[in-house]
Write a protein that binds this ligand. Structure first.
Ligand code: PRP
Length: 209
């Protein structure tokens, strides 16, 4: 039996569809239930930011989460497989027409991804004032809270509609299958078995594209 942590929303849905493709049966959570028990898998519905926590503490053996979240949280889990879903970028956005000038003193950056942002500026030996926000990041430069933002860009629509544009890409992200380090050893056959099956589905999808 493997416990699988899934992030509420589209990615959980898409992951369950992969399981349906593999096993030819329905995997659907009842109404507001957060656990789905099947003979071989127990699925948990958790917040996106909590997936790696469940896996790290072995409350789940495997999980599905964005690379951006993994990089931000830095929890020690095994990255098994890129599921080629949830493709997005972590990027620096500024008001349209403005240029990124890292030599400017007192750079103010608003973001919910504080660690990725810190790392980016530290690697360039730039001291930046990082302002932690929890959402609606695109608002910050419009009202003078920050000079720029570090945020997720998927279609680019949110930035565009708020008069911002990408001035620098920090990283590419997509959804990953992850595993707990102990589970990977103790349940190696089960983990590798599902890894191989999912990998097959992903590879077939890529081929069909
Ligand atoms: C992310 C991000 C942007 C938006 C970008 O927020 O913070 O606001 O998506 O997508 P786009 O480029 O397609 O417009 P999300 O919807 O994940 O909500 P959150 O702020 O609650 O994480």
């Amino acid at each position: 039996m493997l416990t699988v942590a899934l992030p509420k929303g589209r990615i959980a849905q898409e992951t369950l569809e992969i399981f349906e493709t593999i096993f030819g049966e329905c995997f659907v959570f009842d109404d507001r239930k957060l656990i789905l028990e099947t003979p071989n898998f127990r699925f948990l519905l958790v917040r996106n930011q909590d997936v790696a926590t469940y896996v790290f503490h072995q409350a789940a053996d495997i999980g599905v989460v964005g690379l951006d979240t993994l990089e931000e949280q830095g929890l020690d889990v095994i990255r098994l497989l890129d599921l080629r879903r949830g493709v997005c970028k972590v990027a620096i956005g500024m008001r349209k027409g403005e240029k990124l000038d890292l030599s400017k003193p007192e750079i103010k950056v608003a973001t919910k991804m504080v660690n990725i942002t810190k790392r980016y500026f530290a690697e360039r030996a730039v001291s930046a004032d990082i302002i932690k926000l929890y959402g609606s990041i695109e608002l910050a430069p419009l009202v003078g809270l920050a000079d720029m933002i570090v945020d997720i860009v998927e279609t680019g629509t949110t930035m565009k509609q708020n008069g911002l544009e990408v001035v620098e890409n920090i990283m590419e992200s997509s959804t990953y299958l992850i595993a707990n380090k102990n589970s990977y050893i103790a349940k190696k056959d089960e983990v590798l078995n599902i890894y191989e099956k999912i990998n097959k589905v992903i590879k077939a999808e890529q081929k069909a594209k």
